[in-house]
Design a protein around this ligand. Sequence first.
Ligand SMILES: *[C@@H]1O[C@H](CO)[C@@H](O)[C@H](O)[C@H]1NC(C)=O
Length: 258
Amino acid sequence: MNQSELAICLSKMKFLLYAFVYCLTSCVGASRINLPPYLKPCSISSPDFEACCLQHGRDALPMILKGDKKLGIPNLLPLVVPHILVDAGKNLKIAFEDIHVFGLDGIDLKQVKIDIKTRKATLKLDVPQLELIGKYEVDGKLLVLPIKGKGDVNMTAIGGHYQYDFEFSTERINGIDHLVVLDNDVLKFELEGAKIRLDNLFDGDKVLGEQMNTFLNDNWKDVIDELGGAVSQTVRSLGRNIASRIFKKVPYKELILD
Ligand SMILES: *[C@@H]1O[C@H](CO)[C@@H](O)[C@H](O)[C@H]1NC(C)=O
């Protein structure tokens, strides 16, 4: 190998080395900058911080609801809830199975409050119609009446105003801080109405079944009071699960800028 050949060889090696180092930094960089294009950050020092979170949240919601394989979020239209168990004391047991929640695409995000100092946040949102469709099994007493049956269920929440309060902290993953939603979260809601349909009550007795459905619908507020806690608990844990999938992939510093 003469000198000029050696020079060419060395420059090739240098090029390869540069390429290697370049790839290394960009690959490492890529694993850190995971912000999907629809998740836009907001700057905490801006006076419009909460308005920014509201706007960016509104923009991101339709994309999140469609699901994102990269973030491990399933399509939420509909949201599938495998089990909801309502264990309201020894007098009433209701199990819901394979519940499909339709209507999340109607979410209207109304307010976002985030307090970075106390690490508390509130989301307020309206959903015009949420339909919970699936299977139920019930045995016991609901609003003092004996009820028993197993079949199809349709519980529809009309004109819902929802408020989700949660606390958050950060968790270090590979030296990078990520947001975590704590599990002392609270979901409150008020409905303008609800429709309840339980098919095949009392072994398919049409008369008793219709009477019970009419009774439940006439007293929907009390029914929701009795079932709401378990439904809200299930929805909260699903919500936390989805949020934590996003937050585990997206560093805190990329969502909330200084
Ligand atoms: C569920 O009930 C609501 C309210 O009555 C109705 O609008 C909707 O069509 C029903 N959904 C199904 C799948 O039956």
